[in-house]
Write a protein that binds this ligand. Sequence first.
Ligand code: SF4
Length: 399
Amino acid sequence: MAHDESAARRSSAELTRAGESQLVAIGKKPVLREPDEAPKRAKPRWMRELQRSITSVDELAKRLGLSAEELEGARRAEQAGLPLRITPHSLSLLDRDDASCPLRRQCVPHADEAREVPGDLVDPLGEEAHEAAPHLVQRYPDRALLLVTDRCALYCRFCTRSRMVGDGGGAVPLARLEPAMRYLAAHPEVRDVIVSGGDPLTLSTDRLVRVLARLREIPSIETIRLATRVPVTLPSRITAELVRALRPYHPIWVMTHFNHPRELAAANLRALTRLVDAGFPINNQTVMLRGINDDAEVLAELFRKLVRARVRPYYILQADPVRGTGHLRTSLAHSIEVYGKLQGHLTGIALPKLIVDTPGGMGKVPVGPEWIVERAPGRTRLRTHRGVEVDYVDPPEPG
Ligand code: SF4
C-alpha cells in the first residue's frame, strides 16, 4: 500500500489550526473560504472555472437557445429547489441548439421538474431516517456516508439529494463533522467511509486533506471512497497537486458518475489517467435516464470507453424516484430490457450490475432479465443471451 504514514497520521487538529475559515461569495451564496483561497494568492484554474459557471437564467439564455420548457424550468430553479449551475467545461460539450441533447438534459432545468408523479419522494433513500450522527448516514453495517458539503460543480437535474444540495450551507466545518468522527471511532464495524455531499472535490485541497487526515486517525476505517462527479463536470480540478495531496491517505477509491459517452472528452480522459496513474481505483455509476442513455448501443459505447480509460463500470442505477424527476426516469421493465441486450455483447469487465436502490433506504437489489427458466431437483434450465435454453446438472450430493 502506497501510504506516507507520517502525513496520513498528521493530526487533524494541527491541520485545522492551520486553516481557519473565512466567508467568500462563490456563485450565488456565501460559503466558507479556505486559507489557500486567500485573495493575495492566485486562485487555481479550477476555482476560477468554478466561479465562471452559469448560475442564472440570463447567463444561460445568452449561451443557449432555450426552449420554452427550459426557460420555465430555469426560472423556477433560480427561485427554489435544486439550483442551476453548469461549469464552462460541461457547457462546452453540450449542443447549444438542441434541447434534446443528452448532456444538456442532465444539467439544464426543465418545466417538468415542477410535476410530481406517483411514487415520487423527497428523500428516496431514506437518508434522513438513517442519520447516525450529524452529516453521517449509515444504511449498512460496514459502511457509512459522510456528507462534507452541499456544493457541487454542476447540479444534475436527476440528483438523489436534490432536497439538500446547493442549499447554501457550503463546506461543513471540521468541528461540525466531529460528532460523525466520534461515531465512526466508536463503531469499528464501519470499515468503509464514502466521503460525499454535494461533491467533496469542490472543497479546497487543504480542507479535503483535513477531513481525510481525521478519518485516517480512526484505525478501523480500511477504505475511503470519494464520491465525485468532478471528473465529468470539472476535470481541471484533478490537478497534480490534488493527487499528490490525497495519495498519503490511500487506499482511496474514486466513485464517479459518467452517464453518456460524450462526457468522456479529452480533458476528462486526462483527469481519469491522472487519478489511475496515482493509484486511485475508479468505479463508475451510471444512472439510467430516459432519452439520455436508455439505449444498449449508447451504454455499450460508454462502458467500452470507460474500460479503455481503466475505469470499472460498476453499477447502472435505476434512477431513484426523486420528486420532480419523473420525466427523466425509465420504467424498470425498460431498464431490464436494455440491460438484457448488453449481456453477452460486452466483455465481462465492461458490464456493470443493474441495481435498484430501494425506496426508503431498504438497500440495493441487483436486477436483470430472467436467465433461469426452470428449477428442478439437481437440474436448472437456463436461457442464454442467444435465446437458447440449456440444462445445468448439479453434481451428486456427497455420500
Ligand atoms: S454531483 Fe452528485 S450530489 Fe451533486 S448534483 Fe450531481 S448527482 Fe447530485
